[in-house]
Design a protein around this ligand. Structure first.
Ligand code: GDP
Ligand code: PGA
Ligand code: MN
Length: 600
């Protein structure tokens, strides 16, 4: 035992042995020895524990109570103004071989990564309490689920993890049974952007995150575990960990198709997952069931179909733009028991953000200063709500099914003002993998940096794939093994703009019209036109009853711009080349095939 551990062991308040799993106790002791907290708390996830944490955070100003008549049991957290989004430039994947992380990740050697992080963690919890949070990603009894333990010095993280994961005693019991778990160590540190890193050690199933309290950086079950570490595990174990929502579409005959869709952050996952059918569809009996809004883990079942679970238990959604008109289900979710981060407030302490359209006026902005439209928006553009999925009126009972739900269609999509039509269908799995690999999207406020810049974001995983994209595409291709009954693959673009700079497609509830066409394609009843980029519907192939589209909108949303696509495919070819010989030949061949057919 080293001197540090002895020092901690002699401190009477520290209960380092909270588990029957020796490896877990040993790791907690090692972390406490390094970080030197005043106390260690093993979280059981109980109501009492949560109430005590909230009372403590209310007392020290971390959480501000919102209007208890309009928003019972709901809280506002104002983050440090420099800590409002994910930080991709400070996020690293540390693999022994640099090529295993790939050009898609920032890399550091595991030795350098650990020594940098351990230097930051050294003594950082002095005067603070260290919380040990056992959690399960996915239904507690599902073979598809995986567990982790997050150690943090932030009670805000504990209460958020309680909403976002199955956290506490049942998770600990599963970890003790299985003997394995992902280790996540987090400290808010000094919230200094100069001392902030999010590091992943996939070979050790370990995460170390320092200096940020923001969701994607600090709630380690989410992007760090369920995407970066899990994508690495999934490749080894033959499944997929994806940045996808999962929804069920029930038709008037009572049949439900499940669809998984990958869109980059702040490009419409939460909204699509909670879609309200247009009036005509509602009258006819169409229903949407929400399974998940951000992450999807799937693997082939005995029948060869892909079965998916949502590893999360809650939503960490973008607040701005959420209104009774755009996403009534989300709005109903967040009427109570919700933590709001970086929204504005009205004079009577109701949460407020741009686009809420509730007739109220903001009094204070997200920094707590009097609202001044000329100074800054009331809510930060990446302001978020955290809420249990159980509060969602459209939450699917199947979300708790240990076996997962069978996926009929996979959808890729980005934010593309030009070129990309409303929807098209890939010819086959290999072409679909290319469609996903070729995804581009304009950047959003979900990560720090410029907004609105077009970049390649394959399968919406650019910030989240824990290994080399070339190997990731090979892994995707490997599912087409002659035995699996794979879903059809589609591409959508809700964000095409007209000459006036306005969106051409109404989006939101009307996106069901596009989903209905996809289901028609899966069932063999809907028509399409063959083009070099895939099967494109004509406007008359969709039910557009009651949708007002100008002639321009129709031409553009359902059109195919051969010259534009030629240039796009040249750029996709260049992109695939950046990965060198590791890029699977069959994907490069597919790109050449499409590029070739665009030339004549
Ligand atoms: P997520 O981060 O991928 O879950 O994205 P959200 O569903 O939270 O949406 C992010 C932003 O895109 C919000 O401002 C939404 O209002 C907007 N959005 C979502 N769906 C649509 C759509 O179909 N059309 C348009 N124009 N905007 C959308
Ligand atoms: P999202 O990601 O924008 O995909 O919901 C949350 C995050 O930024 O951590
Ligand atoms: Mn979301």
């Amino acid at each position: 035992m080293n001197a540090i551990t002895q020092d901690v062991a002699s401190a009477p308040t520290l209960d380092l042995a909270g588990s029957r799993l020796a490896a877990l106790n040993a790791w907690v002791a090692e972390v406490a020895g390094l970080t030197r907290p005043d106390a260690v708390v093993w979280c059981d996830g109980s109501d009492g524990e949560n109430a005590a944490l909230i009372a403590q955070m209310q007392a020290d100003g971390t959480l501000l109570p919102l209007n208890s008549e309009t928003h019972p049991n709901s809280w506002l957290h104002r983050s440090h103004p420099d800590d409002v989004a994910r930080v991709e430039h400070l996020t690293f994947v540390c693999t022994s071989d640099r090529d295993d992380a790939g050009p898609n990740n920032h890399w550091m050697s595991p030795a350098d990564g650990h020594s940098k992080m351990d230097g930051l963690f050294d003594g950082c919890m002095r005067g603070r309490t260290m919380y040990v949070i056992p959690y399960c990603m996915g239904p507690i009894d599902s073979p598809l689920s995986r567990c982790g333990v997050e150690i943090t010095d932030s009670p805000y993280v504990v209460t958020n993890m309680r909403l976002m994961t199955r956290m506490g005693a049942p998770a600990l019991a599963r970890i003790e049974r299985e003997g394995r778990f992902v280790k996540g160590l987090h400290s808010i540190g000094e919230l200094d952007p100069e001392r902030r890193f999010i590091m992943h050690f996939p070979e050790e199933l370990t995460i170390k995150s320092y200096g940020s309290g923001y969701g994607g950086n600090a709630l380690l079950g989410k992007k760090c575990h369920a995407l970066r570490i899990a994508s690495h595990q999934a490749r080894q174990e033959g499944w997929l960990a994806e940045h996808m929502l999962i929804l069920g579409v029930e038709n008037p005959q009572g049949e439900t198709h499940y669809i998984a869709a990958a869109f980059p952050s702040a490009c419409g996952k939460t909204n699509l997952a909670m879609l309200i059918p247009p009036q005509g569809y509602r009258d006819a009996g169409w229903k949407i069931w929400t399974v998940g809004d951000d992450i999807c883990w799937m693997r082939p079942g005995a029948d060869g179909r892909l079965y998916a679970i949502n590893p999360e238990a809650g939503f960490f959604g973008v607040a701005p733009g959420t209104s009774a008109a755009s996403n009534p289900n989300a709005l109903k979710c967040i009427q109570s028991n919700t933590i709001f981060t970086n929204v504005g407030v009205t004079a009577d302490n109701q949460p407020w953000w741009e686009g809420i359209d509730d007739g109220n006026e903001p009094a204070l902005d997200w920094r707590g200063e009097p609202y001044d439209a000329n100074k800054r928006p009331a809510a930060h553009p990446n302001a978020r709500f955290t809420v249990s999925a159980k509060q969602c009126p459209s939450y699917s009972p199947e979300a708790e099914n240990a076996a997962g739900v069978p996926i009929s269609a996979i959808v890729f999509g980005g934010r593309r003002a030009s070129l990309v039509p409303l929807v098209f269908e890939a010819r086959d799995w290999t072409h679909g993998v290319l469609v996903g690999a070729a995804m581009g999207s304009e950047t959003t406020a979900a990560a720090t940096g410029a907004v609105g810049v077009m970049r390649r974001d394959p399968m919406a995983m650019k910030p989240f794939c824990g290994y080399n994209f070339a190997d990731y595409f090979s892994h995707w291709l490997s599912f087409d093994n002659g035995e699996n009954k794979l879903p059809k693959i589609f591409h959508v673009n809700w964000f095409r703009k007209g000459a006036d700079g306005k969106f051409l497609w109404p989006g939101f509830g009307d996106n069901l019209r596009v989903l209905e066409w996809m289901i028609g394609r899966v069932e063999g009843s809907a028509s399409a036109v063959e083009t070099p980029i895939g099967h494109l519907p004509r406007a008359e192939d969709l039910n557009l009853d009651g949708v007002e589209l100008s002639g321009e909108a129709r031409d553009v949303l359902f059109g195919f711009d051969r010259d534009g696509w030629k240039a796009e495919f040249d750029s996709i070819g260049d992109y695939l080349e950046e990965y060198g010989p590791r890029m699977p030949q069959s994907l490069k061949d597919e790109q050449r095939r499409v590029a070739g057919s665009l030339s004549h």
